[in-house]
Design a protein around this ligand. Sequence first.
Ligand code: FAD
Length: 284
Amino acid sequence: MIPSAFDYVAPSSVDEAVRVLSEAGEDAKVIAGGQSLLPVLRMRLAAPTMVVDLGKIAALRGVREDGDALVIGAMTTHYDVQRDQLVREHAGLLALATDTVADPQVRHRGTFGGSLAHADPAGDLLAPALALDAEMVVRGMDGNRTVPAAEFFTDFFTTALRQGEILVEVRIPKTTGWSAHYEKFNRVAQAWSIVAVAATVRVDGGTIAEARVGLTNMASTPVRATAVEQALVGQPASAETIRAAAAHAAEGTSPPADGNADVAYRQHLAQVLTSRAVATAAGV
Ligand code: FAD
């Protein structure tokens, strides 16, 4: 189907984009890589009267260090996140999860910020952002505000972004020296996760000193598996302790039921995939 007609603007600065968005009101939509928005427009699930393209704003692209954090511009493509040396060194979990997103064509167009703003619970970058305690820097007419990942994803395809606001960059506290794994379960290559688990751990002398685990597609938002994290910390990095901790993975989740999996199957998957993800991350 062909999208409804809309006006198109491509501002060259964030300030201009925010001003245009706020003047246009509720009927305006931001476009980043277009990999999720264009299908939505073509199916006429949305019919904005104005589309604001962020593609010409160079300041929104790239990865830099800022003390103990990595700062990733919202318009940085999946491809650029994947191959960025700073991301691989200081946020290995994000690099590994990004490797699993779609196919090379989508990764060259789609952006990190677009994935987070789209907030598809089956999207592969939300749980890593949550597990890494990322902070979203958001710009509106009143200036910048920072929203922790734990408060950013509020429901299916819904975030804490207010009308007229743009996600500008994502700050990720460094997890240098931690090891990580993203265990994604899908039925065909290059598809969204039926369930996936993002795990990163710091192992010290054979003991799991710190652990973060995030779950993809186990609720309307990404979920942090806190019971698993608590059960892992201070334990030896062994197959037995990891399996025992992973048994808590479905606690506090409310997974969807659909043609791919029912609730019980997703809960089972969460346990199995958590065990695999943590064991691989811990090198067991
Ligand atoms: P857009 O499509 O441009 O925008 C998406 C939404 O976010 C829109 O509502 C837009 O208004 C809003 N938005 C975008 N940027 C901003 C911003 N900076 N501030 C405020 N709002 C913003 N994803 C996965 O995680 N795993 C997969 O396996 C996967 N497979 C895919 C397979 C195919 C064939 C396709 C087409 C997509 C797939 N995707 C997958 C989605 C892909 O990762 C998209 O890149 C991503 O969901 C959206 O990024 P985008 O830059 O294209 O955003």
